[in-house]
Design a protein around this ligand. Structure first.
Ligand code: PHE
Length: 357
């Protein structure tokens, strides 16, 4: 018979040192398993005489109980420690208010409209809007485009009730300019409005989509002039493109509802194979503008001898593409969340261009 005290203290020391449940299991097998040390001692009992067998049997059973008990105690200690660690890791502070998860992003169109409104808002313009389904008179006639006017053909109009071209028909507005008319009919000068909105033309290719966005500006009072129009647009372009030295040029143009009319180009650089706005020797067209045609004032019941003013219109997608380097117009309307994740904006994340918050 081996020294049971020595075996006991060896096993107890190993149990004490065991670091996890698996180590305890190894010890159990090596002591109490089929080929374990205590089991081996049990097997030898048969060779002893009855007296000695009884004493040794009792001693071995006692040792077995002690070791099994020590293994169990240590094991439940591990289980407690594991549970406590899990409870600590998964603890929820119920006194903390829930943080809302951010869902979605602002579309670049929304962001660009916000920026434009912000800048013109600082100059004293107020926001206005009009219907997307417009009548022929507001969209064309009152803007000095009577039924037979060739400029009507330039805009690929969507007609609503099957017939085209007569003054009774409804159209999807081809520009935001009819809101000029609605504003002048409703309000007395001085007028300063900025009008963002959807517009529609039956045109679809790499650079045209049947629905797109414009912003219209209108100023009517007794003194506003072309120099103020230019100053106003210069200020806008410099702020919008964050290019304090940007310059612009007026190019003579034609719109039926403005006289004189000018298309506005901003200075840019294309030499490096990449477009840089605000510097260089090249020009880039960004908007249409002019002094409001006296015939438009008359159509709205305003005396052109007393009132004058200017108007301008710009394409929002184009400005967004230029400012944010978005290469393909059609992707704006694909509704692809990955695109939005990439080109979209977090609400209120960007500081205001004007107020710097
Ligand atoms: N409505 C014109 C367009 O859609 C733009 C414009 C607006 C031009 C106001 C001059 C004045 O092309």
């Amino acid at each position: 018979m081996m020294d049971l005290e020595a075996l006991k203290s060896d096993l107890m020391a190993r149990i004490d040192a065991a670091g996890d449940v698996a180590a305890l299991e190894d010890i159990r097998v090596s002591a109490l398993g089929k080929k374990g040390e205590i089991t081996a001692q049990m097997k030898q009992l048969g060779g002893l005489d009855p007296e000695a067998r009884k004493a040794a049997g009792q001693a071995l059973n006692a040792l077995k109980d002690v070791i099994a008990g020590a293994l169990d105690a240590k094991k439940s200690g591990f289980a407690d420690a594991e549970l406590n660690a899990r409870l600590a890791a998964e603890a929820i502070d119920v006194s903390q208010s829930p943080r809302p998860r951010k869902v979605g992003r602002l579309h670049p169109i929304t962001q660009t409209i916000d920026e434009i409104i912000d800048i013109f808002g600082q100059m004293g313009f107020v926001w206005a809007e009009g219907p997307e389904v417009e009548d022929d008179w507001h969209n064309f006639t009152a803007l000095n485009m009577p039924t037979d006017h060739p400029a009507r053909q330039m805009q690929d109009t969507f007609y609503m009730n099957g017939h085209s071209g007569d003054e009774g028909s409804l159209v999807l507005r081809t520009h935001t300019s009819p809101v000029q008319i609605r504003t002048m009919l409703k309000e007395k000068p001085p007028i300063r409005v900025i009008v963002p909105g959807r517009t529609f033309r039956s045109d679809s290719d790499a650079t045209h989509t049947p629905m797109f966005h414009q912003v219209e500006g209108l100023v009517i009072d007794k003194t506003s002039n072309m120099a103020q129009l230019k100053g106003c647009l210069l200020e806008f372009c410099r702020t919008f493109f964050r290019a304090p030295d940007l310059t612009l040029q007026f190019r003579p143009s034609y719109f039926p509802f403005t006289e004189p009319s000018a298309e506005v180009d901003i200075r840019c650089d294309r030499s490096g194979g990449k477009l840089v706005i605000g510097e260089g020797d090249d020009w880039l067209e960004v908007l249409g503008s002019g002094m409001v045609n006296p015939r438009v004032l008359e159509a709205c019941g305003l005396d052109p001898e007393e009132y004058q003013g200017f108007a301008f219109g710009l394409g929002i997608e184009r400005l967004a593409m230029l400012k944010y380097g978005i290469p393909d117009l059609r992707t704006f309307f694909d509704g692809d969340v990955r695109w939005l994740q990439h080109y979209g904006f977090e609400p209120h994340l960007l500081p205001s261009l004007v107020r710097g918050r």
